[in-house]
Design a protein around this ligand. Structure first.
Ligand code: HEM
Length: 493
């Protein structure tokens, strides 16, 4: 199939002919590399071939041989995302969308289809929508979020610690971000297998994806109605009450963006960091020996395996030039996060440690730069730390070569991460009282007395909210009493 030509949107003299390498004017599929199908099984290798052939910006083909530029250079990616006068995210400008080259059933349509949300908006409208999201985020108390991440981690570990084995993708990495986001949004009671499965299903684009999307939207619209009627101190209420005045439809759509972006990216990040910890003895030794902290390990992973490998897409608002290529108005450009992160001009030695350097592209940059990066980082930092503290003897339960990935242009994620360890007894996890009613503490055999008051907001339930000790000693058969646990926590701090 021959890539179709763009409609003549540029003011260039057509007699000059197409610029060399223009994705819209290739000599046929043979002359342009595909980013899909059998030849693109290893997209990292394709990007390196494209870099060698074309430099920092290369022409390529998406599904149905739709032309696209891939931005491979670190600086070129940063320039693109930071120059809103030349590039935007409004897919309605894309020539192949305008001339019908991109059919409505194109497999990447969910990424391209324009929606009235901050991810596609620009200028004043982007400021209005994004301002409401960042305004609501600014009310988040990170101390309490870190506590809730730790608490959710303890709950998840409790569910598999007695088995001595687990799959860290489906039993941990995919659950933790959802549990935390449900709490941030103000719907902790909605967290569970059902919503995790729905989010997973939506992103895989299976036959039930539409029904799953509907389920998630119904949950979020119900939450919107509840909080509109009775605001609380949570993200959703602050989003609703932001002076930008988002209507219910906009609120629901932005809750969905936040929930799904957070779930997908953070689940990938958690799985990637844990995979390196489990498979790279040097990495683990550095962590154990204190030469590297978990946040540094997370940052290294954001360089080496960014949770989103590319972002669909930016669009040229005018004829311009990028990385030596002539870009026409209406051309589409893939934000190349993974190839930009390994640009030899910024990383001549890929093995070199990037400690202290946060200049990776994992969160993009410019006006659309990820506003949730601190939450994503916190979930990964606290989650990995608390998991390794609870199960310090954790090991991979299969050969490294048996690990499988599912790849698409947008991301590459682990299918499973099977682990084994000595079985452990579950830990009691205290619920933090919140503005929302919480389930009463389960009766247990360690509480000192029945007069033991539940913690209040001014008396946070510190011991259970802080990571557990890192010793590899076998777990006691019975949990120590509250007083001993308080003492233990006090000594550690
Ligand atoms: C490790 C985790 C995460 C990664 C790697 C990540 C990465 C990204 C990237 C690459 C973009 C696209 C930027 C662009 O279009 O140029 C983005 C956008 C966005 N992310 Fe994240 N993200 C993460 C976690 C989160 C979390 C936890 C939240 C919410 C709590 C969030 C909310 C958003 C939103 C609302 C946008 C759209 C911003 C806009 O278009 O103005 N992300 N993220």
């Amino acid at each position: 199939m021959t890539p179709e030509t763009h409609s003549p949107t540029s003011t260039d003299d057509p007699k000059l002919g197409p610029p060399p390498g223009c994705p819209a004017h290739g000599n046929g599929p043979g002359s342009l590399r595909r980013l899909y199908g059998p030849e693109a099984e290893d997209l990292g290798a394709v990007y390196e071939k494209l870099r060698a052939e074309h430099g920092a910006v290369a022409p390529a083909l998406l599904h149905d041989d739709v032309p696209i530029w891939v931005v491979l250079g670190h600086g070129e990616n940063l320039h693109m995302v930071s120059t809103p006068s030349q590039y935007c995210k409004d897919s309605r400008l894309w020539t192949p969308m305008q001339d019908g080259t991109v059919k409505p059933d194109h497999p990447l349509m969910p990424h391209f289809a324009w929606q009235p949300i901050c991810c596609h908006a620009e200028g004043e409208e982007h400021l209005r929508l994004r301002g409401a999201v960042t305004g609501a985020m600014s009310t988040i108390d990170y101390r309490s979020i870190r506590r809730s991440i730790n608490r959710a981690t303890q709950h998840l570990v409790n569910q598999f610690c007695e088995d001595g084995r687990a799959d860290l993708v489906s039993q941990f990495a995919e659950h933790l971000p959802m549990a935390v986001m449900c709490e941030i949004l103000g719907m902790p009671e909605e967290y569970g297998d059902r919503i995790v499965q729905a989010a997973r299903d939506m992103l895989k684009g299976t036959e039930t994806a539409i029904a799953s999307n509907q389920y998630v939207m119904d949950v979020l619209m119900r939450l919107t109605a509840r909080r509109r009627a009775e605001p609380q101190d949570d993200f959703t209420s602050h989003l609703i009450n932001h002076p930008a005045g988002l209507n219910d439809e906009e609120i629901g759509q932005h809750l969905r963006v936040v929930l799904i972006a957070a779930y997908e990216a953070t689940a990938n990040l958690l799985a990637n960091v844990l995979r390196v910890v489990l498979t790279d003895p040097g990495f683990r030794a550095q962590l154990n020996g204190g030469q590297m902290t978990v946040p540094e390990a997370v940052e290294q992973s954001l360089w080496d395996e960014p949770p989103f490998s590319t972002v669909f897409a930016y669009f040229a608002k005018q004829d311009t030039e990028l990385g030596g290529q002539r870009i026409r108005q209406g051309d589409g450009l893939l934000l190349g996060i993974a190839p930009g992160n390994v640009d030899p001009r910024v990383r001549p030695d890929l093995k070199a440690n990037m400690q202290g350097n946060r200049a990776h592209l994992a969160f993009s940059g410019g006006p659309h730069e990820c506003p949730g990066q601190d939450i994503g980082r916190s979930i990964a930092d606290v989650g990995v730390e608390a998991l390794l503290a609870r199960v310090p003897d954790i090991q991979l339960a299969c050969g490294e070569h048996e690990l499988r990935w599912r790849s698409s242009i947008g991301n590459r994620h682990l299918v499973e991460l099977p682990v084994k360890f000595e079985p452990k007894t579950p830990e009691e996890v205290m619920e933090r009282p919140t503005v929302k009613p919480v389930a009463p503490l389960r009766p247990n055999n360690w509480q000192v007395s029945t007069e033991q008051s539940q913690p209040t907001a001014s008396e946070p339930a510190v011991p259970a909210d802080e990571p557990t000790p890192t010793s590899a000693s076998p777990e006691p058969a019975r949990r120590p009493g509250l007083y001993r646990r308080l003492l233990r926590w006090w000594r550690r701090n």
